[in-house]
Design a protein around this ligand. Structure first.
Ligand SMILES: C[S@@+](CC[C@H](N)C(=O)[O-])C[C@H]1O[C@@H](n2cnc3c(N)ncnc32)[C@H](O)[C@@H]1O
Length: 296
């Protein structure tokens, strides 16, 4: 018996429905995914190993919603709800939206545009405590989910290119779902089989997250080509570090910096006064605000 088969036995002994539970635990160790009280969406959740781990990690104040083509037997933790459906179908995505209790938000529109509503000065935080604070005070309509995880996998045909393409398609659907519901600063994980479209998907994700990692948990079988793309720090910023642009200072932050809006996205500019029209360079981009220096 190889070392990897130990995970099967451990899952049996420890009451997990699938050995994949250990993949999620290892992903969490590597990428720090969960926090107490989080709301988590788990796509491709049957038979429920990841749901069990997620429920443990978010605790009794959290909420976990699992979706799968297959029926998922009831789980004891009260914070877990499940639904049976195909995530490639709109009606399943509608049901998920209703379960999360949010209005529809276009993922395409959301991809490079900020969410509606101003970002207030209280969100100007040090990067060290950014995730928890921002997650904690996000309003409905600004994102309601702290983490989207997808372990969706297609039925394997054995044809490498086809299986890869189908897994990328499922990961893209998961990514679109994440774009609809994630709070600024929150995270996303999706399984994908290695192949030629993996780099493109990672590149697309990197536009919406502060950074993206490719992680292979030890519990993934040696024979598997699966990897997990982990997006950290969901951002809706329409700008990137190094951008130069002309702005008008429309407000003043609590610490005296000028505030400019770029497509509703808040940019703090040091030494700038309300009413000034100035050229700036973006120096640091956070999930829902940025810092800039004036150029003139
Ligand atoms: C590897 S299993 C997930 C194991 C799960 N993470 C666990 O720990 O129990 C992959 C799952 O993806 C589901 N799946 C595949 N395509 C799907 C789709 N279009 N919509 C919803 N679920 C899908 C499959 O039914 C299967 O249960």
């Amino acid at each position: 018996m190889s070392g990897k088969d130990d995970y099967y036995n451990r899952a049996k002994q420890q009451g997990y429905r699938a050995r994949s539970a250990y993949k999620l635990k290892q992903l969490d160790e590597t990428a720090d995914l969960f926090a107490d009280g989080d709301t988590v969406v788990d796509l491709g959740a049957a038979p429920g190993g990841w749901l069990q781990v997620a429920a443990e990690k978010v605790g009794p104040q959290g909420k976990v919603v699992g979706v799968d083509l297959q029926r998922i037997d009831d789980l004891e933790p009260h914070q877990v709800t499940t639904m049976r459906g195909d995530m490639t179908e709109e009606q399943t995505r509608d049901r998920l939206r209703r379960e999360l209790g949010v209005a529809e938000r276009s993922s395409a529109a959301n991809q490079n545009a900020p969410r509606s509503g101003d970002v207030d000065e209280s969100r100007r935080l040090s990067s060290a405590n950014q995730k928890s604070k921002i997650s904690g005070d996000a309003d409905e309509g600004e994102g309601v989910v702290d983490l989207v995880i997808s372990d969706m996998a297609p039925n394997m045909t054995g044809e490498y290119e086809l299986d890869h393409a189908r897994s990328v398609h499922l990961a893209r659907i998961a990514f679109e779902t994440a774009q609809q519901y994630l709070k600024p600063g929150s995270d996303f994980v999706a399984k994908v089989f290695q192949g030629r479209d993996l780099a493109d998907l990672r590149e697309e994700m990197s536009e919406s997250f502060q950074y993206v990692r490719t992680v292979t948990p030890e519990a993934s079988r040696d024979s598997s080509s699966e990897v997990y793309l982990v997006g950290k720090g969901y951002t809706t910023a329409p700008i990137t570090e190094g951008d130069e642009l002309s702005v008008e200072i429309t407000d003043t932050g609590e610490e005296g910096d000028g505030i400019a809006k770029v497509e509703q996205f808040t940019v703090f500019v040091a030494d700038a006064e309300v009413g000034e029209e100035i050229d700036i360079e973006i120096t640091d981009v956070k999930p829902n605000f940025a810092f800039a220096e004036r150029l003139d």
